[in-house]
Design a protein around this ligand. Sequence first.
Ligand code: ADP
Ligand code: MG
Length: 227
Amino acid sequence: MNIPVLAENLTKTYADGPVPVTAVSDVHLKLNEGEVVGLFGPSGSGKTTLLSLLGCILRPTGGSLRLFGTDVAGLDESRLPDIRKKYVSFIFQGFNLFPALSAYENVHLLLTLKGIKREPAHRKTLDMLANVRLSHRAAFLPRDLSGGEKQRVAIARALAADTPLILADEPTGNLDHANGRIVMELLKRLATEKGRCVVVATHDTRVEDLLDRILHMEDGRIIREET
Ligand code: ADP
Ligand code: MG
């Protein structure tokens, strides 16, 4: 069977600053369907850069990357937005919700942008909000939601996008332990029930038990793997 995500010698050197910085260096990585992989490492070790490479936000400066059978490292820059739309959802520490839109509208907008008609998008939005137990907050603006609730809206949006790869960059960084756990449990459920690949960069050792594998990064390299 094809490996959903396969990176070999994946490397990213930022060359725009006063000195070049190799933020990701010769990374080998396989992701299987249905697993949640944790990315641990000190600040500056390359976690965000690696997620950005996997999510086709950044292009590698070396190595190869195959996403669901497509060699994306070799693709023209102009093709990347389509690849992202088809395969990748992001969840960020800062939630990235539209502040002027309600929880409902934040999810609904994404579905209509994907070309789904109003009525099916409406039903799917309600369904996704129910999935993250936020039906009672559908009409709330982000500023009236707690951190945990905001992150659950972001997860509902990722759920709605229906992509096979979900990348989360310190998703529990702004949450207390109880809410961090709820968020991680939702990501775990997405992986096991829907067969998604989930990669979570985190400092949060309290959710280790919800991870199938842990990759430790240091200076842009994966120095150790735990299963
Ligand atoms: P982490 O998410 O683990 O904190 P990052 O991927 O953000 O690590 O950063 C890895 C290294 O790359 C750091 O040394 C950082 O300063 C550098 N870096 C990150 N983004 C850029 C950029 N846009 N330009 C130059 N250097 C960068
Ligand atoms: Mg980071």
